[in-house]
Each structure stands twice: as structure tokens, then as C-alpha cells.
Ligand binder design. Structure first.
Ligand code: TRP
Length: 328
């Protein structure tokens, strides 16, 4: 097996859902921004993957991709250091996916845990949907990446990627490393309703939300259901608002928890304190975001530059792949 301990390449990706929210930021993006200091980083916006579910809403894709690129850069991914690019700008992903599709048994894909659940939940039955994790394997292996920063839910996809690499290497000779997941040190971010923050639950706080709207959104946030009014004792440990204080308010243990427990601090006041901390924390990102919104050409340029860099590496890999397979 190729030694990944010296492999300095990271690839990660997100589907272009549009504007990113706090959960995406805390759960992934913030970590990527750190990783770009130590690794050679490829940050992909996986638009082809989005087609596995949203094939009937493609007119929204360009704007979603643009907004996501803005969030990547505003959050601190540096286009000079990190290749920020759109998957469909680098056709090599598709070629490698096609070649993998010839050597991977269908049951390997049917076994991936997310497949059956999602197929039933969303009524998806396309060929491409079954191949979702194989396209993901191609995304990763086309850069010969050693590491993939992901959340726990994605670990089976990385396992499959390793199996794909192994099968290819066994059939045609050593071309691919076996990449490892790099688990995100994850602060679980609850949404407005207390469930995990997710666009599909419509409980998210977008990074781009203006300060006043952030206040309004937080005002609606669920709290300890037993604390009905100021004076009632609260339980910070089960309160989603407190979970956000833990992330954004360095003094949560002294400023929030004791007066919440005693009842002295009401939920509205507590939420407004949180709004101040959160707005302060996001202000630089939001300012950067506004600059980028006013300069769409700079964002396009970053994506072109990122795609050029990604393509250079991906096309080298494809030369090795074609040679190993005796293809032209
Ligand atoms: N499946 C990933 C998700 O839903 C997105 C993704 C596609 C990805 N290709 C990738 C993540 C490659 C990491 C590496 O989050």
C-alpha cells in the first residue's frame, strides 16, 4: 500500500446547497481553513453530486455555486493557497468515475448505509444515485489525496474509496494511495428548533444573515421547554441556545449558566446576549462576504484558478491510470 503518512494532499467537498450556515461552518469549513496551513488543499464544490437528487432544479445551480464559493473565501479559504473549484470544471472526475464503474460490483454500492435509507426517503432510483459514492471516490483519488476531512456520516464513503483504490491497484498495479478520513473535531450545532442545523430542516442560521435578522432568528430559538418565563429555573445542559453560547461566548460558564439555573436570567435576554456574541464573531466574515458579493469577477477568477490547479494534478493522475489500464 502506498504510504499515506507522507501524503500531504487533502481533498474535500460539499454539495452546492447555496448559502452556508453555522453548522457547515463549525462542522467543516472552519477546520478546512486551519488545514490549509499544513496541507495541500483541494476544496471542491460537487455540482455533479447535487444532480443525484436535484436533477430537476438545475437552473438554481450557478447561483448556489457562486454563493458557496463566496462563503468558502469569506470564511478564510485562501484561493492562492487552496484550490477552490467546481467539480464539473474538471472533467477528469467523470472519466475516473466511468473507469471505476467498470471494476466495482454493484453490491458494494448497494451496501453503503446511506444508499437504502436515502433511496427510500427521497424516492431516488437513478443509476447516478447508486453511483454517488463511486463518484466521490473518483473526486478523492483523482488527486491521490491522503486525507479527507469529513464528518462521521461520511466514513463509509471513505471506506469504499479505500476499497476502490485497493481493487484498482490489485488489477492494474499500484496507482492510488488509500486515503484516510480526518474526522472533524465537531461541535454539534443545533438549529433554531433544537435539531441538528440543516437546510433541509429549515432551521438554519446562514452565515450571510444580516445582524438584525440574526437577532430575530435567535429570538425564535427553542429553549428548555420547562422554563416558560423569567424566574423559572432553566437547564443549560439541554438548551440549544446554551449550546451556541458554548461556542460563541467565552464566558458562558459564569455569565449564562448560573443565572439561567437560578431563574434570574430570562430566555429573551439570554438570546440577545448570544446575538451580540454571534454577530461579533461573524462580523469579519460577513464584511468580507459583502466585498465578494460586490465583486463577482474576483470570485469567478478564484474558481478558474482553482480549476486550473486541480486539473493539472487530476490530468497527471489520469495519465497514470490510462497507462496502467493500457488505454489511450
Ligand atoms: N458526500 C459528501 C457530503 O455529502 C460530499 C462529497 C462529494 C465529498 N465528494 C466528496 C466529501 C469528496 C469529501 C470528499 O458531504
Amino acid at each position: 500500500m502506498a504510504d499515506t503518512s507522507k501524503n500531504n494532499i487533502i481533498l474535500s467537498g460539499m454539495q452546492p446547497t447555496g448559502r452556508l450556515h453555522l453548522g457547515n461552518y463549525e462542522g467543516a469549513l472552519k477546520n478546512w481553513v486551519q488545514l490549509q496551513n499544513e496541507f495541500d488543499m483541494y476544496a471542491c464544490i460537487v455540482d455533479w453530486h447535487a444532480l443525484t437528487s436535484d436533477f430537476d432544479a438545475t437552473e438554481q445551480l450557478p447561483e448556489r455555486i457562486h454563493q458557496m464559493a463566496i462563503d468558502y473565501i469569506a470564511a478564510g479559504l485562501d484561493p492562492e493557497r487552496t484550490a477552490i473549484f467546481v467539480q464539473s470544471d474538471v472533467k477528469e472526475h467523470a472519466e475516473l468515475h466511468l473507469l471505476f464503474s467498470m471494476i466495482i460490483p454493484i453490491p458494494w454500492l448497494e451496501r453503503v448505509p446511506s444508499y437504502k435509507d436515502k433511496a427510500e426517503e427521497l424516492g431516488l432510483d437513478s443509476y447516478g444515485f447508486l453511483g454517488y459514492p463511486l463518484l466521490q471516490a473518483a473526486d478523492i483519488l483523482v488527486y491521490k489525496a491522503g486525507w479527507v476531512p469529513v464528518g462521521k456520516d461520511q466514513v463509509p464513503h471513505i471506506e469504499l474509496t479505500r476499497e476502490v483504490a485497493r481493487r484498482f491497484n490489485t488489477l492494474y498495479g499500484e496507482v492510488f494511495p488509500e486515503p484516510q478520513p480526518k474526522l472533524t473535531p465537531f461541535a454539534a450545532v443545533p438549529g433554531i428548533d433544537g435539531r441538528k442545523m440543516s437546510k433541509s430542516y429549515e432551521n438554519e442560521i446562514p452565515l450571510s444573515l444580516p445582524e438584525d435578522d440574526t437577532r430575530k432568528r435567535l429570538k425564535k430559538m427553542f429553549t428548555d421547554p420547562k422554563k416558560l418565563r423569567k424566574g423559572d429555573p432553566g437547564r443549560p445542559e439541554i438548551c440549544p441556545v446554551y449550546a451556541l453560547h458554548k461556542i460563541y461566548n467565552p464566558d458562558h460558564e459564569t455569565e449564562i449558566a448560573p443565572p439561567c439555573r437560578s431563574g434570574e436570567l430570562g430566555c429573551v435576554d439570554c438570546k440577545m446576549k448570544l446575538a451580540d456574541y454571534l454577530n461579533d464573531a461573524l462580523r469579519p466574515l460577513r464584511e468580507h462576504r459583502t466585498e465578494l458579493e460586490n465583486n463577482p469577477d474576483a470570485v469567478k477568477k478564484a474558481l478558474t484558478m482553482g480549476a486550473d490547479r486541480a486539473r493539472a494534478r487530476a490530468s497527471d493522475t489520469m495519465k497514470d491510470v490510462r497507462k496502467a489500464m493500457h488505454l489511450g
